[in-house]
Ligand binder design. Sequence first.
Ligand SMILES: [Zn+2]
Ligand SMILES: [Zn+2]
Length: 441
Amino acid sequence: MLLKFWGTRGSIPAPIRPDQVEQKLVSALLVAGEQGIDLTDHGQVLEFVAGLTLNGSTVGGNTTCITIEINDKLFIFDAGSGMRELGNYLMSAADDKAKRWGFHRGKGHAYLFFTHTHWDHIQGLPFFNPIHVPGNVFDVYHIHDHVPDSLARQMAAPFFPLQFEQINATLNFHQLQVDERIKVGDAIITNTELKHPGSAYAYRIEADNAIAIIATDAEYQSLDNTDTLKYRNFYANADALVFDAMFSVRESFVKEDWGHSSALIGADMASEANVKRLLLFHHDPSSTDTEIDQILQQTEEYLERQGKFLEVIVAAEGLELDLRNPTITSDFHIKDRLEKGIIFITLSGKFGGQATERFRKHLAHSLRSHKSDKVILHMEDVQEMQMAGIRALVDARRNVMGLALVGIPENVYRVIELSGTTDFFAIYSDEETAMAALNSH
Ligand SMILES: [Zn+2]
Ligand SMILES: [Zn+2]
């Protein structure tokens, strides 16, 4: 099950402004200068840019449109302005997969689901080129009665030059009941009603041993267990929960009945529902990338303080997640901070083959960005250690001048013993001893 984001803004498209692009360029070049990046080396520049996260990139300005691919079937959720980009991709003959879908030659077929018909969820449809190609077929699923009529009305004169009736592709409308469960291709899809002006509907998509939930445009006014139970049940055990994180918690309390929620409420809901990845979605059009990055960091900190480990991801245009892919895991976490010239890295969860690539990348990035070669690795929260984890630690020892391991739990220490590598590592009982040892070198 491949989840992909084409538009992640709420309310109205919010394209990045020229002054914001300039600001991103200036700050990236300054950091590159500080880090001594060779700007004539293409590989180094690419690696540097990949490590810039949201400050060097953007969540994008298009409104909501998400696709899910399940065994060669294409599911589209909402038709915000991001749908225009999806259409361009599907029509491009350059991409092999796009070519196989067949939309450019009128042989395409997709399932299109609507959460509701606010502008930001329908405005991309007239600009979605595959609907103008005769022969393409779209099975359109909706719950509100008024969806077909609303799609037509947004194109009625004098608002649009082309009328809905002039669309060349075939649109087959299917109205679903609230809470109805359907089988579409290999997917089981259910829906539930969300509190939002005029109601919005969340979809739960199960296929491929994976579960994705699209739950956008939702307000959770009462956070009492009795009132959130319905949602927690609907979101239960999802591999990805796409959540309305438009407001801050404060705003969600103040802007009552506006119909939106916040990342921290999503964090509670997701951890209570045993969700693996929380995707922050429907970003406020006025939020900058830096602000959205701050929301991400606050949410991670909040979860960490509760001792909850689930992955939080900012839904950005172009983001692709393979929900069957075991390498994107929520069972391993890594954090770092720089203090007194030493990089402190905290590992938690299961340190096995699913985690080592992330560990390597994270370590390389923090060595570069913190410009230090002394690392203290906090291992208190490592629950499980496998040989792949040991291998990664041995490799790390080669790349770091001073590497100290601290707080190794008994079971993990025993695994290091069993692998016969205890003497490879500088192991300390506490942080102070490790710091003293590193500083004495
Ligand atoms: Zn919306
Ligand atoms: Zn809405």
